[in-house]
Write a protein that binds this ligand. Structure first.
Ligand code: IPM
Ligand code: MG
Length: 357
């Protein structure tokens, strides 16, 4: 059985880190006879430059047909002044919405080897293992109407709409409860129900779902408090479920607890478990082309892809073990440098993971 993986390197450090993950995937493909075929395509700024659109039809068609997608990152200063509809980010958002990848799983796990790379005290973060379940195809990112309009007074007004339907809340809620069931059985739903009606409904639906998952302990937290609790006592969390924008913000915050956002993978799944996998960090244009980016988040995203979309748990674990091994060996890209570590480049890190397999 052959299966197709679409590689979308994108912009900035995207091509460098995807190349390393590809090396690692090629090796496990052989080792475990996975029968994976790889294709690559254009998205984001790279697609704008080549085809004048951030999401070419050909990329979208192939993404829909692929069994899984591995994406690097999109965006950069070169395209920052383009109108919203033509920005590289539209390529990413277009893939998410067209494939209905509504469930974004963002684990924040602290590797014990990197405890001192965290800006928080080791006792606050040691053993940290949180999963953020972020709704990815609704909320204020996609709500209509949106735009910038001219008021009668002549003043201009920018506006967006924060809306969720009951069905959208329910389907992400189910993913969150089911994931919590497989982990520590604690789910914290993050909202702003003291101010925003949309999240009053969110909270009501989460409460309603709780009856179907009696073994999961559900709590609720306002997003401002959640942002604070994440740096005060992050280990109180097991699974966090929240909407698109709060999830965007909290997942960056959670990532930093682990020392570097360069370590964190993510999965974006639809109801058929087809998925797009990407590192949580962005395209980092400031360090692109220098060979210093950390490829581990992308390599770990490839592991998540094997687990969730391709059902290859053994191969997924092999990659995760290899990553842990290279950290044990003291290999460090710049972002995760710790005392006594050996500084390596992007490609050296990829090669080391491949060798550790
Ligand atoms: C992320 C990114 C994206 C988002 C950007 C690049 C559109 O920040 O995946 O978290 O806001 O979702
Ligand atoms: Mg983000």
């Amino acid at each position: 059985m052959s299966r197709t993986v679409l590689m979308l390197p994108g912009d900035g450090i995207g091509p460098e880190i995807v190349a390393e993950a590809w090396k690692v995937l090629n090796k496990v493909n052989e080792m475990f006879s996975l029968g994976l075929d790889f294709e690559s395509g254009l998205v984001g700024g790279a697609a704008l430059d080549a085809e004048d659109t951030p999401l070419p039809d050909d990329t979208l068609d192939r993404a829909k047909k692929a069994d899984a997608i591995l994406l690097g990152a999109v965006g950069g200063p070169k395209w920052d002044s383009l109108p919203m509809a033509r920005r590289p980010e539209k390529g990413l958002l277009g893939l998410r919405s067209n494939l209905e990848l509504f469930a974004n799983l963002r684990p924040a796990i602290l590797y014990p080897q990197l405890a001192e790379a965290s800006s928080l005290k080791p006792e606050v973060v040691s053993g940290l293992d949180i999963l953020i379940v972020r709704e990815l195809t609704g909320g204020i990112y996609f709500g209509q109407p949106r735009g910038v309009r001219q008021l009668e007074s002549g003043d201009r007004q920018g506006y967006n709409t924060y809306a969720y339907t009951e069905a959208e809340i329910r389907r992400i809620g189910r993913v969150a409860f089911e994931t919590a069931q497989q982990r520590g059985k604690k789910l914290c739903s993050v909202d702003k129900a003291n101010v925003l009606e949309v999240t009053v409904l969110w909270r009501e639906i989460m409460e309603d779902l709780k009856r179907e998952y009696p073994d999961v302990e559900l709590s609720h937290m306002y997003v401002d408090n959640a942002a604070m609790q994440l740096v005060r006592a992050p280990k109180q969390f097991d699974v966090i479920v929240t909407g698109n924008m709060f999830g965007d913000i909290l997942s960056d915050e959670a990532a930093m607890l682990t020392g570097s956002i360069g370590m964190l993978p993510s999965a974006s799944l639809n109801s058929e478990k087809q998925g797009m996998y990407e590192p949580c960090h962005g395209s980092a244009p400031d360090i692109a082309g220098q060979g210093i980016a950390n490829p581990l988040a992308t390599i770990l995203s490839a592991a998540m892809m094997l687990r969730y979309s391709l059902n290859e748990e053994e191969a997924a674990q092999a990659i995760e073990t290899a990553v842990s091994k290279v950290l044990d060996q003291g290999l460090r890209t710049a972002d995760i440098m710790t005392e006594g570590g050996r500084r390596v480049s992007t490609t050296e890190m990829g090669d080391a993971v491949r060798a550790a397999l």
